[in-house]
Design a protein around this ligand. Structure first.
Ligand SMILES: Cc1cc2nc3c(=O)[nH]c(=O)nc-3n(C[C@H](O)[C@H](O)[C@H](O)COP(=O)(O)OP(=O)(O)OC[C@H]3O[C@@H](n4cnc5c(N)ncnc54)[C@H](O)[C@@H]3O)c2cc1C
Length: 336
């Protein structure tokens, strides 16, 4: 059997996903209305103006070796024999056996670094200055409703890191072979399987907290130690060699293997690193700006008279500016 890929198969909003098999069979003039091993690779929404929005599917399926696709395909539909599955990620990694790695920061970078190390049998100690997500949730609510700001438990700091109280959008705009691995882990931890195929995947705020709790339990079950309210406050360096770190100003932890996954908000920690002679490089300057619109307003502009159809997700849009005088474009920012 040979694997084929067909891109651009449209499905109306009210059509059931089960129809895909017979639709693909009809497009490819295959008898029997059935396609073997049909698998969704990607689902996106075509909401271009002045016509009904529709879903567009890229799919994979298998056929006998001697089958060949018809020459005439409907407009927008393409077929190729590219393998459906992305190349498996080769985890080539060697590490001094038995050495404990201290990972500082329990945001996405720290959590996945810890998991990656644990999968390679490294003993891991994961430290986070804030609290577990259950506790943090209450602290963030107190800030939003009563304005009580806890410096070490807020929207930036605590288990899950900076994006925990967003809706968990997963658009990274990078082509990285680990992307698929990360999404599969998120599904194993309780995210909806659709994040593997949706063109604009998101986890959802409530579900994201559960995913984080499951990921923590998973790390613990693999032998990782996870400590909250444990802030790295100093580095122990002798003769230009890292020997350990200080936690919460009092406790020394010996290890010369340190992963700093402290995000961008821990100004105090960056000052500490600079004071201790750690080489820091600056990134290109970027400025973020938040614009809020009523969701209904964006839905109306994007979906027009189809707004309100229960199959349609909340609409978003991309804001891009081209600056010919600077000969550059400002990267598009998704707004929703
Ligand atoms: C409001 C908001 C909404 C967002 N929404 C999205 C979104 O929908 N989708 C998306 O992709 N991105 C989103 N982002 C961006 C995303 O959160 C970041 O890109 C991501 O969190 C970076 O991950 P990180 O692990 O590098 O750092 P962080 O998430 O910042 O995690 C760093 C962790 O390190 C801890 N830490 C720092 N210093 C120390 C120390 N000295 N000792 C111990 N622990 C320490 C911090 O408490 C923190 O938990 C959002 C960001 C914000 C602020």
């Amino acid at each position: 059997m040979k694997t084929w890929r067909i891109d651009g198969v449209p499905l109306a909003l009210d059509e059931d996903v089960q129809l895909l098999s017979s639709l693909v069979a009809a497009i490819l003039h295959i008898d029997g209305n059935h396609i073997d091993n049909l698998q969704i690779i990607r689902k996106s929404l075509d909401a271009r103006r002045n016509r009904p929005p529709r879903f567009i599917y890229n799919l994979a399926f298998t056929r006998e070796e001697d089958w060949s696709p018809p020459a005439n395909l409907p407009a927008g539909v393409k077929i190729s024999n590219v393998p459906a599955e992305p190349e498996p990620v080769a985890f080539s990694f060697s590490f001094p056996a038995g050495k404990q790695v201290v990972v500082v920061g329990c945001g996405p970078a720290g959590l996945f670094a810890a998991l990656f190390l644990a999968l390679h049998d490294c003993p891991v100690l994961l430290l986070e200055l804030g609290g577990p997500v259950e506790e943090r949730h209450g602290d963030v609510q107190s800030f939003w409703t009563r304005g009580i700001l806890l410096p070490e438990s807020n929207v930036y700091f605590g288990e899950g890191g900076a994006g925990t109280f967003s809706d968990g959008k997963l658009t990274s705009r990078v082509r990285n072979p680990y992307t698929v691995w990360v999404k599969k882990i998120l599904v194993e931890m309780g995210a909806a399987p659709e994040i593997l195929t949706d063109a604009k995947p998101h986890i959802g705020s409530d579900r994201l907290r559960k995913v984080l709790i499951n990921l923590r339990k998973h790390l613990l079950s693999m032998g990782c130690q996870v400590r909250f309210h444990a802030k790295m406050t100093d580095l122990i360096i002798h003769n230009n060699h890292l020997e350990g770190i200080v936690v919460s100003g009092v406790e020394e932890i010996k290890s010369d293997q340190l992963v700093l996954a402290i995000g961008q908000s821990s100004e105090e920690t960056y000052r500490l690193l600079a004071d201790r002679g750690v080489e820091l490089g600056s990134k290109a300057f970027a400025m973020g700006l938040r614009v809020e619109h009523p969701q209904e307003h964006i839905n109306r502009i994007q979906y027009g008279r189809w707004m309100g159809n229960s199959a349609l997700p909340p609409a978003d849009y991309t804001l891009t500016a081209r600056l010919p005088e600077l000969n550059r474009a400002v990267p598009g920012t998704e707004v929703s």
